[in-house]
Design a protein around this ligand. Sequence first.
Ligand SMILES: Cc1ncc(COP(=O)(O)O)c(C=O)c1O
Length: 179
Amino acid sequence: MSSQTFIPFHLPSIGDEVVQEVEAALRSGWLTAGPRTAQFEKDFSAYVDSPYALALNSCTAGLHVALAALGIGKGDEVITTPLTFCSTVHTISHTGATPVLADVGVDGNIDPEAIERAITPRTRAIIPVHLAGLPCEMNAIWDKLYPAFQSEALPENPEGVEKLKQSVATLAAHPAKKT
Ligand SMILES: Cc1ncc(COP(=O)(O)O)c(C=O)c1O
């Protein structure tokens, strides 16, 4: 039975223009970050309307760079979901911070109320994962949690709210992730 006659499972959709771009990159003489990478970062930041965009080798690297850029480390807690790839938690541990898992809701994404319960004075960041292309309830996460974070974390951590307000996103060309 050929793959044409069977139900396709995770069949990638790769057009000719993508194949041509990959060939052009391979023939360009740049196997690491060259002018095409710089152009991609420029185009991407314009597309997502963000002042900054950084192309990295993996989502794991993106998560690590994001946490490092926010100055997260030993003594800090970072809330995330248990339903994710292991690198979400590994990168938190790698900074020296403590991962705190808040359970998922019926949609499989992190539950804003579970996040609210997990907030402590040591909370410095929340990493929601938009699993398999389904967005998390970001409005609830921002609207409900901001006051909760203020009342829990602000007294012991005056800079905490400012830090929590900083937002970094990692986006990978993989069907199962966006954080
Ligand atoms: C939710 C999630 N985060 C992070 C990663 C890690 O991505 P990468 O393999 O690009 O490092 C994956 C990989 O599947 C993932 O599903």
